[in-house]
Ligand binder design. Structure first.
Ligand code: IFM
Length: 443
């Protein structure tokens, strides 16, 4: 049952859950889908903790109807999913694969029939491998290929999907993929990474008018991580500021029409990206909402011996943790209020928020009390920000299903629905029952 102190949300609030194509779909060789950089990356040894891949994942490609029924049972009125570019354009550009679009059409129609508003993300990291062969996002042409892909997708789905997100977490795609080598394509080159960020932002800006022409609303979903200085030491304060520039402002400022942050431009020096005339205006095309993926904060200390951004994360063993991150619900409020104070985006959605936690199974009941508490505490912070004026319009829990957690494979479970990977059966966890009651009490 919902808590007595359950906060109030606006009547038209969007209650959702989020997923992404490579993490849940499987069916990587079906109906003409091309190879993605994640197929290639996971095929190499030792790239993924449990040596797994997304080849089957949750088999959502075949079980989408069952998954929509789970959403209906939850009482969701919105669902955020991503479209696999290599299903639509197997070579990244050129010939469109109608069978790939058929799948998303079936999914969208099932959602609409269930009264669930689709929020479609165009890019959640599964770049067609054919584009990677030509440099991937480090090649400016990829930004134009993205426009071709967006156009083909909008032509098919634009009459039914009214909410679009261009990119999911461009920081992660750029830095984990091209600087730390932990994600596809596994590069380790800061200069290339910054060029990648620029081309991703450029592709976003190029797609915005297309989405508007199709009468859709458009946003982008960066991962935002508040930075707190580990001490009063000016070096730690500067480190927290660098963390903020490197993770948050590098994306927010260009989107808001301010260009890249001057302090980071100077800090990066010789490795800044090449920019062509007009790019910054393109990137600053007005958007309808900002998506916010919030998981944690970073307590930052100076690390002058380290590689850029020369920031060391200070872990506090006293703080509660999920299996992979510190739990800091207030950070969601901090992010929302900061955006409200310092930027001018017209609306916000929390496009991801969730946790991988210890779970036990008792008589077919999946107990995940820490996730339930996590969701409750973050929703309380979301409600507080609304009561203080933040234009927050919806919340999407990450994730609907346990799924392929990138370099961590299936070792972490983020779903509110448990997926048994041997039978692919879905079971609502306690947190799903709780979310369902919470939504019911609001609507
Ligand atoms: O699973 C990821 C998702 O793909 C992007 N945001 C964070 C999630 C949990 O780590």
């Amino acid at each position: 049952m919902p808590e007595q102190s359950q906060p109030d949300f606006p009547a038209d609030f969007r209650w959702g859950a989020a997923t992404s194509s490579y993490q849940i779909e499987g069916a990587v060789r079906e109906d003409g889908r091309g190879e993605s950089i994640w197929d290639r990356f996971t095929a190499a040894p030792r790239t993924v903790e449990d040596d797994s891949t997304g080849a089957v994942a949750c088999d959502h490609y075949h079980r989408y109807a069952e998954d929509v029924e789970l959403m209906r049972w939850l009482g969701l009125n919105a669902y955020r999913f991503s479209i696999a570019w290599p299903r639509v354009l197997p070579q990244g550009k050129g010939e469109v694969n109608p069978a790939g679009l058929d799948f998303y059409e079936r999914l969208v129609d099932a959602l609409l029939e269930a009264g669930i508003t689709p929020f479609a993300t165009l890019y959640h990291w599964d770049l067609p491998q054919a584009l990677q062969e030509k440099g991937g996002w480090s090649n400016r042409d990829t930004a134009y290929a993205f426009v071709e892909y967006a156009d083909a997708t909008l032509r098919r789905l634009g009459d039914r999907v009214a909410h679009w997100i261009t990119h999911n977490e461009p920081w992660v795609a750029a830095f984990l993929g091209h600087y730390f080598g932990l994600h596809a394509p596994g590069w380790r080159d800061l200069n290339a990474t910054l060029q990648v960020t620029h081309h991703m932002l450029l592709s976003h800006g190029l797609a915005v008018p297309l989405i508007h022409e199709a009468a859709g609303q458009v946003g982008i979903a960066p991962n935002l991580v508040p930075g707190h200085a580990a001490s009063e030491d000016p070096a730690d304060i500067a480190a927290a500021r660098r963390h903020d520039g490197y993770t948050n402002r590098w994306f927010l400022d260009p989107l808001a029409g301010r260009g890249y942050p001057q302090d980071m431009w100077e800090y990066y020096g010789a490795v800044v990206p090449r920019i062509e005339p007009g790019d910054m205006e393109t990137i600053a095309a007005p958007i309808d909402f900002l998506g916010i993926n919030y998981y944690n904060r970073r307590v930052a200390a100076d690390n002058s011996q380290g590689k850029p951004p020369q920031v060391r994360t200070v872990e506090d063993a006293q703080r509660p943790r999920t299996l992979d991150r510190e739990i800091y619900p207030r950070g969601l409020y901090e992010v929302l209020m900061r955006l409200q104070r310092e930027y001018d985006f017209p609306a916000f959605y929390v496009t991801e928020n969730g946790a991988a936690v210890p779970e036990t199974i008792e008589n077919e009941t999946v107990r995940d009390p820490l996730r339930r508490q996590f969701l409750q505490d973050h929703l309380a912070q979301a409600a507080k920000s609304i009561s203080e004026g933040a234009p927050l319009r919806g919340y999407f829990v990450w994730s609907l299903l346990d799924n392929f957690e990138w370099a961590l494979g299936y070792t972490l479970r983020y779903g509110i629905m448990r997926v048994d990977y041997s039978t692919l059966a879905r079971t609502p966890k306690d947190s799903a029952h709780w979310y369902r009651s919470f939504i019911a009490a609001q609507t």
